[in-house]
Ligand binder design. Structure first.
Ligand code: GTP
Ligand code: MG
Length: 267
């Protein structure tokens, strides 16, 4: 049991969930639900799968278009790439998609979004570097409505969750969206780098406080990272993982699958 606890902690699952799981195994052992080591293994796997399956993993779409999806996260998490992947998915479904280049902070950011949008065939609204991201968002909302877009995805600049001014800026962007379109944004996705350890929990908590995150996009799950941190996420924050990123190309996106995720973790 001690070895198992170490393994769980090393996989970034977090102390509270690891303790809960270990206690669950002890209880199951006492009540003869588990009889041998393979029983422990299966119990653990099922426990993690059930935990990750709770809640709704699908994207909430607006009853009347456009569906507005706001995307946030720390620097370099994979936001812009993940937006391109999502936009491409929608376009493949025959939807009209616009992206808002809401990262006006980094000089090359709008250009990066522009390149992606051309490649996948999405409309784009962008301003100069240094412009107010809320203003870009406002223009994109107007353009989405007038051009009859099905989906608008709003990119935002990477920011440190501990930086209060920048988190307030994020809240402002969300308020602009809510004012313009009732019940929007329909999703606020936080892109999380799968290689992030326990720090991810405090990241998500603070982003949730600022913009009420509705789902996680777990990027960079193709590397050595196992993304164990999301196992603890449900216990502590209760936000579902909706998508995973598994590479740098637009096709490298999958809907989150708890079964597959846990099996891969154990392999
Ligand atoms: N291997 C891998 N790389 C990814 C994935 N998603 C994004 N990346 C890479 O991660 C790097 C950062 O991606 P961006 O999309 O620019 O990240 P960002 O969060 O928009 O970054 P900032 O806007 O600077 O905060 C790029 O080199 C991407 O190609 C993924 O799922 N797998
Ligand atoms: Mg970006």
């Amino acid at each position: 049991m001690e070895e198992l606890e170490v393994i769980l902690l090393e996989s970034d699952i977090g102390i509270a969930p690891a303790t809960r799981i270990i206690q669950g195994i002890r209880d199951a052992w006492k009540s003869n639900e588990i009889e041998d080591t393979s029983g422990v293994y299966n119990f653990l796997k099922e426990n993690l799968k059930q935990n990750l399956k709770e809640g709704d993993n699908s994207l909430k779409m607006a009853p009347v278009p456009p569906t507005v999806i706001m995307v946030a996260g720390v620097n370099g998490a994979g936001k812009t790439t993940s937006i391109a992947k999502l936009a491409n998915l929608f376009i493949k479904q025959g939807k009209k998609v616009m992206v808002a280049a809401g990262d006006t902070f980094r000089a090359a950011a709008a250009e990066q979004m522009d390149i992606w949008s051309k490649r996948i065939g999405a409309d784009i609204v962008k301003h100069q570097t240094g412009a107010d991201p809320a203003a870009v968002t406002y223009d994109a909302l107007e353009a989405s409505l007038s051009r009859g877009m099905d989906v608008l995805i709003v990119d935002t600049a990477g920011r440190l969750h501990t930086h209060e001014n920048l988190m307030n800026e994020l809240s402002k962007i969300k308020r602009v969206i809510s004012k313009k379109i009732e019940n929007a944004p329909h999703e606020v996705l936080m892109v999380l780098d799968a290689t992030t350890g326990q720090n991810a929990i405090s990241q998500v908590k603070l982003f949730k406080r600022a913009v009420d995150i509705t789902g996680i996009f777990l990027a960079k799950l193709d590397g050595t990272a196992k993304g164990g941190v999301i196992l603890g996420m449900r216990d502590e924050i209760d936000i579902p993982v909706k998508f995973v990123g598994i590479g740098e190309n637009v096709e490298d996106i999958q809907e989150f699958d708890a079964e597959k995720f846990v099996d891969a973790l154990f392999d």
